[in-house]
Design a protein around this ligand. Structure first.
Ligand SMILES: *Cc1c(COP(=O)(O)O)cnc(C)c1O
Length: 362
């Protein structure tokens, strides 16, 4: 069986260091908002080339807190891609704002900048640009539109740690960015964790207050905040894994190179990366009208695949107010995409097995 992502192997590669970090935290006697969080924040800000990183509880909270800290809420609209994980939409909804969906480009699967202006109204306050599957969204035109209309641009970088857009790191491209360190992400904790990166000092300060019950000084509550803190333990574990992120991404790139070579010429749409972009390769997503049959056949051959995602947010019962609308590009993507096994511990032999299985089926 070739697993979709061997999380256990990924973490066992760092076992001794992770146990040392755990020991350091338990022996410190300090478990929330301490030096481990501070140190990880400094390293991750450095990694993303931003002035600030604020550790938070998860990726959804990162996006939600950014919107809250910008004062975006009831009566406001936030532009989101139709093609994304539902967390992007939920961030807007949690803040009390209305998500306004915009279709993606069919080749990159990321939000189509040429469709954004038509979705802007006097209520629009922000655009959440998702770097889906690891590829940066086309940020230059998005920033230009935002500047023209006075909007904030929030990157959803949950799938794109370390990806580059015209040589610049994601997380430093918009006004603020939300990252997830969910175990299956390219930089994964051993539980839930997330971060906000930004060059906006005032925003970072507001988020630090909001994430800790709205208080800067213990038991003095300036605003009605939340509990969205990053644990010391998860921060310590992330500090172990961050130095290996680039080398793990390199391994992902090598696997992608082999997939691209081995799968070319088959009746499958392979991933398209924009000129000037370098994907973090969170996922290797192919597209075919026979997706369900291919997935079943691969499963019978012992190759695990996944679908990112099977149902777009606007067709979910959770967003019944959108169920009546049709977004044909997102719907086509959701019906046709299949994510192949990909991870830093995957061997060349496993990659060749997947390629051979698909070649025989095609
Ligand atoms: C994982 C993910 C999130 C949410 O992150 P959590 O840490 O699970 O809350 C948000 N957006 C996208 C695109 C994601 O893939």
């Amino acid at each position: 069986m070739i697993p979709f992502l061997d999380l256990k192997a990924i973490n066992l590669a760092h076992r001794d260091e992770l146990i040392n970090a755990f020991t350091r935290v338990i022996d410190s006697g300090w478990y929330v908002l301490g030096n481990e969080v501070k140190q990880f924040e400094a390293s991750f800000a450095d990694y993303c080339n931003t002035d600030h990183c604020v550790g938070v509880s998860n990726g959804l909270d990162a996006l939600h807190l950014i919107l809250r800290a910008y004062g975006i809420g009831a009566g406001d609209e936030v532009i989101v891609p139709t093609n994304t994980y539902i967390a992007t939409w939920l961030a807007a909804t949690y803040a009390g704002a209305t998500p306004v969906p915009v279709e993606p480009c069919i080749d990159t699967y990321n939000i189509d900048p040429s469709l954004i202006e038509a979705a802007i109204t006097p209520r629009t306050k922000a655009i959440i640009a998702v770097h889906l599957y690891g590829q940066p969204a086309d940020m230059d035109p998005i920033m230009a539109i935002a500047e023209k209309h006075g909007l904030k641009v929030i990157e959803d970088a949950a799938q794109a740690h370390g990806a580059l857009y015209k040589g610049r790191k994601v997380g430093s491209l918009g006004h603020a960015a939300g990252f997830s360190f969910y175990p299956g992400k390219n930089l994964g904790a051993l539980g839930d964790a997330g971060a906000v990166t930004t060059n906006d000092t005032e925003l970072a300060e507001k988020i630090r207050v909001l994430l800790n019950y709205g208080s800067k000084v213990k038991y003095h509550n300036e605003v009605q905040g939340f509990n969205c803190r990053l644990d010391e333990l998860q921060a310590a574990l992330l500090s172990v894994k961050l130095p290996y992120l680039d080398q793990e991404t390199q391994r992902r790139k090598e696997i992608v190179r082999q997939y691209n070579l081995g799968l070319q010429g088959l009746p499958l749409v392979l991933p398209t990366i924009m000129d000037g972009a370098e994907s973090a390769w969170h996922l290797y997503v192919v597209r075919t009208p026979n997706r369900d049959a291919l997935q079943k056949a691969l499963s019978d051959l012992g190759v695990a695949t996944m679908i990112h995602y099977p149902i777009p947010p606007h067709q979910q019962p959770a967003y019944c107010e959108f169920n009546q609308f049709s977004f044909p590009i997102a719907e086509q993507i959701h019906q046709q995409v299949l994510s192949l096994p990909l991870g830093p511990t995957m061997s060349d032999g496993e990659v060749q097995t997947v390629i051979a299985a698909i070649t025989n089926l095609a």
